[in-house]
Design a protein around this ligand. Structure first.
Ligand code: PLP
Length: 386
C-alpha cells in the first residue's frame, strides 16, 4: 500500500474524525478505489468532460504577455473556459459520478464564497440530484447573489448560524449531516483538503489539468516546461496542475499563495478540520483568521500533499500580495483580453516576476484557474478607492 492509499503524505494528511464518520469515509474510499480504474466509469467521465465541461481546455501561448515580461515563454492553461468558469467543475463532476454509482440520491456540500456551491448545484441540476449547500450565515449575506444562483439551479442553501457563521462552521454542519444521512447522501468536498480519502479523490479528478497540459506542451514545444505555476487556496487546482509532472524532476512546480494567507511561509504542522497540514496559528494556537482579496484563497490551512511536497522539496511555495495580484488582473485583461479570477491573478503575478529571470528558451505553464467576471465589481470598488 502506498502512503497516499493510507491517507498519509509523509507526516501530513490522515483522518482524525469520530468513529461513525470514519466508517462512512472508509466506505467512500472503498468505492472510489473500485470505480476510479473502472473502464466504464472512465468513459462516462470523459464523455462529460467533453460534452458538458467543454474540455480539453486550451494551452494558450500568451505572446503579448511574454513580450511584456521579457524572458521565458508564458503559456496559460485555460481552466477559466470550463463551464461554470473555473477548475472546480472538474472535481464536482467526478465526485457526482461517484455519488451516482454509489446509489446516492442527495448531494451535500460546503461553500465559502459560493463558487464550489454553484458548481455543485450545477452538476446536481444536470444529474437530477437533490442538493443541499451549507454556507456560513455571514457568507450568505456577503454573497447574496451566489445564494440566488444556487437556488436558481434548484439547490437548497442552508445558512449556518453556529460558531462564527463562516466556512469552518459550514464544513462541520455538512459532516454532521453526512453521519446522519450517509445511506443516500454524498458529501461533495470542494478542495484537496479534509480527512482521507478526500485529498486523494480531489487530486484524482483535478489531475486532468496536467495530464492535458503535459501532452499539449510536448506537442507545441517538443519539451517539458521549465516550471508549472498555480495559485493555492486549499490546493486543488495546484495539485491538479502538478500531478502529471511529479515524476519529471526537471520541471519546477511552484504554488503561489497570497501573502495575506501564506500558510506555507508562516504556518506550522498542525491538525485542522480532521487532517494534518501546515496551518497558520495565532498566539493561542488557534487557526488564524486570514484576509485575501481572493475569497477562494482565504484559508488558514493547505492540502496535505502540498504540505508534503514542500517538506520534501519537490515543489516550491511562494507568495505575492493582493496588490500585485490586482495589477496582474488588469495586466492580463489588457495584454491578452483574458480577465482572470483574482485567485488565478496570483499565479499570473508570480509568472510575471519569474519570466524575466529566465531565458527565451524557457517555458512556463501558468494555470488560469478561473475567470474574473465574478470579481469585476470588487475590483471596480478597489480601484475606485485607490
Ligand atoms: C476555489 C478557487 C481557487 C482556490 O481553490 P484551490 O482548491 O486552491 O484550487 C482558485 N481559483 C479559483 C478560480 C477558485 O474558484
Amino acid at each position: 500500500m502506498s502512503t497516499a492509499q493510507q491517507g498519509y503524505f509523509g507526516q501530513f494528511g490522515g483522518s482524525f474524525v469520530p468513529p461513525a464518520l470514519q466508517q462512512v469515509l472508509q466506505h467512500l474510499d472503498d468505492n472510489f478505489q473500485r470505480l476510479k480504474d473502472d473502464e466504464a466509469f472512465q468513459q462516462e467521465l470523459a464523455y462529460y468532460h467533453e460534452e458538458y465541461i467543454g474540455r480539453t481546455s486550451p494551452l494558450y501561448f500568451a505572446e503579448n504577455l511574454t513580450k511584456q515580461a521579457g524572458g521565458a515563454k508564458i503559456y496559460l492553461k485555460r481552466e477559466d473556459l470550463n463551464h461554470t468558469g473555473s477548475h472546480k467543475i472538474n472535481n464536482v463532476l467526478g465526485q457526482i459520478l461517484l455519488a451516482k454509482h454509489m446509489g446516492a440520491k442527495r448531494v451535500i456540500a460546503e461553500t465559502g464564497a459560493g463558487q464550489h456551491g454553484v458548481a455543485t448545484a450545477t452538476a446536481c441540476a444536470m444529474f437530477g440530484m437533490e442538493c443541499v449547500i451549507y454556507m456560513g450565515a455571514e457568507d450568505t449575506k456577503r454573497q447574496a447573489l451566489n445564494v440566488f444562483r444556487m437556488e436558481l439551479l434548484g439547490a437548497k442553501v442552508v445558512a449556518v448560524h453556529k460558531g462564527q457563521g463562516r466556512l469552518k462552521d459550514a464544513v462541520d454542519e455538512a459532516f454532521a449531516d453526512l453521519v446522519e444521512n450517509y445511506e443516500h447522501t454524498f458529501y461533495l468536498l470542494g478542495s484537496a483538503v479534509g480527512p482521507h480519502p478526500f485529498p486523494s479523490i480531489v487530486k484524482h479528478f483535478q489531475q486532468v489539468i496536467s495530464v492535458e497540459s503535459r501532452q499539449q506542451v510536448l506537442a507545441k514545444e517538443q519539451k517539458l516546461p521549465t516550471a508549472v505555476i498555480a495559485c493555492i487556496g486549499g490546493g486543488s487546482n495546484a495539485i491538479g496542475s502538478f500531478a502529471a509532472y511529479l515524476d519529471d524532476p526537471e520541471v519546477r512546480l511552484i504554488g503561489v499563495e497570497p501573502s495575506e494567507a501564506a500558510t506555507m511561509a508562516h504556518g506550522v504542522p498542525a491538525e485542522l478540520h480532521g487532517f494534518k497540514c501546515y496551518v497558520l496559528l495565532d498566539e493561542d494556537g488557534n487557526p488564524q483568521p486570514t484576509y485575501s482579496i481572493a475569497a477562494g484563497l482565504d484559508y488558514p490551512g493547505v492540502g496535505p500533499e502540498h504540505s508534503y511536497l514542500k517538506e520534501n522539496g519537490r515543489a516550491e511555495y511562494v507568495n505575492v500580495s493582493g496588490q500585485e495580484a490586482l495589477e496582474a488582473f488588469q495586466l492580463l485583461s489588457r495584454a491578452e483580453g483574458i480577465i482572470p479570477a483574482l485567485e488565478s491573478s496570483h499565479a499570473v503575478a508570480y509568472a510575471m516576476k519569474l519570466a524575466p529571470t529566465l531565458a527565451p528558451e524557457d517555458v512556463l505553464v501558468v494555470t488560469v484557474s478561473g475567470r474574473g467576471d465574478k470579481d469585476v465589481e470588487q475590483v471596480f470598488n478597489m480601484l475606485k478607492t485607490q
